[in-house]
Design a protein around this ligand. Structure first.
Ligand SMILES: [Zn+2]
Ligand SMILES: [Zn+2]
Length: 398
């Protein structure tokens, strides 16, 4: 029989008790990074920690072996259903350069603490249910999109998560991103003896980049188009028979991003005509849609961060993209950013991975776990908040 204020103090004490365990697991993940859909050890460890706290864990949801759905102990009625999202994938070459080891352990830390209160019968006065969803492959395959498409978010009233960053922030809007792969097929020939017999696939890739370079002048300033050449031929004395590139196309406006995608494809088609190479293209990843922040939910996260002594800055937008964006298009969502490094550090770098193991990184992890747990208690304790979140979401997507 406790009110939300008491419960928030109790949940913070529970998180303090497990802080060494969360930090140890986060540092271990930093030392043993696993890339998207290969996060077998990390997801197994996180799911086991939740299970040990009394949560019921369903592994391998949405046909992804490293995804999980953990229903916390002590859940009362079915609604509202609050989801805390975990990520745990790393980047190739740089390891946890996006700090998803902190996201995973903050989400699981909040889950363990809430589950323990549930086991003690402390949540009896609150209605609702809490789940921690393990969402794989944020960086390269969009695990949340698969979980969404399998219907797991259908009954979720609010989804919250955290992300490390250079500063504390409630995440503002993010960009839609389309990822397209272009493959060009040419005709081999000796580069000196009979180049006139060949069709140069690398030329088609270069021409694509030149066309896009010219297109750049004609696009809205918020647009982002960037790419890499993934195949450019093997030997200098052979006209490249195969060349390929990947382009990402971004905008805050979902429809404008579609329009840009069409124009970038036209750049590649033009290059194919000019060079005679045969073009094939496909989307190498499902589109990540623009992230819509929910004001009511963001307000709850912010208030709890401030109650923990964090200073929360404001930003209008972030020129990044997340698969949480697709979730935000369907249900109310909010995520909080926790500062772990200086503004000068380039994101997606080894420096960020090191910062997750620093004193500041550890402090952010524990504050983030507390913020998620305290905010969940607020949402369970105040049905009006859920109503306002739903209304705000409806207004944003209409
Ligand atoms: Zn990230
Ligand atoms: Zn990232």
């Amino acid at each position: 029989m406790s009110d939300v204020k008491d419960l928030k103090e109790k949940v913070q004490r529970e998180i303090d008790k497990i802080a060494p365990q969360l930090i140890e697991c986060s540092d271990w993940m930093a030392d043993n990074p696993e890339i998207g859909l290969q996060e077998f050890q990390a997801s197994a460890r996180l799911a086991r920690m939740l299970e040990e706290s009394g949560a019921e864990v369903d592994r391998g949801i949405a046909e992804m072996p490293t995804a999980f759905w953990a229903t916390l102990a002590g859940s009362g009625s079915e609604r509202p259903l609050i989801a805390i999202l975990a990520e745990y994938d790393a980047l190739p070459d740089v390891g946890h350069g996006c700090g998803h080891n902190i996201i995973g352990n903050a989400a699981v830390g909040a889950g363990i603490a809430l589950s323990r209160l549930g086991q003690l019968g402390e949540l009896g006065e609150l209605s609702g249910k809490v789940v921690v969803i393990g969402t794989p492959a944020e960086e390269d395959a969009g695990g949340k999109i698969d979980i969404l498409e399998h219907g797991y978010f259908d009954g979720v009233d609010a989804a919250i998560m955290i992300h490390p960053a250079p500063q504390d922030l409630i995440a503002p809007r993010h960009l839609t991103v389309h990822g397209i792969e272009f493959e060009f097929h040419g005709k081999a020939a000796h580069a000196a003896l009979d180049p006139y017999q060949g069709i140069n696939a690398l030329d088609a890739v270069i021409q694509t980049f030149v066309n896009i370079g010219l297109l750049r002048q004609q696009v809205r300033s918020e647009a982002r188009i960037h790419g890499v050449i993934t195949h450019g031929g093997g030997a200098t004395n052979v006209i490249p028979i195969y060349a390929a590139c990947r382009l990402d196309v971004r905008s805050f406006d979902v429809e404008y991003a579609q329009e840009l995608k069409r124009r970038v494809i036209a750049c590649a088609q033009g290059a194919a005509i000019a060079t005679g190479a045969k073009l094939e293209w496909h989307e190498y990843v499902k589109p990540y849609l623009s992230y819509i922040p929910n004001e009511a939910l963001g307000g709850v996260l912010k208030a709890n961060m401030e109650a923990l002594g964090r200073t929360v800055s404001h930003m209008e937008e972030v020129y990044g993209s997340t698969d949480f964006g697709n979730v935000s298009q369907v249900i109310p969502t909010a995520y909080a950013l926790f500062g772990i490094c200086s503004e000068e550090v380039g994101w997606h770098s080894k420096e960020v991975a090191a910062a997750t193991k620093s004193e500041r990184g550890h402090a952010a992890l524990i504050a983030a776990a507390k913020t998620l747990a305290m905010s969940t208690l607020d949402l369970l304790g105040d049905p009006d908040l859920i109503t306002r979140a739903r209304q705000g979401h409806q207004a944003a997507v209409d």
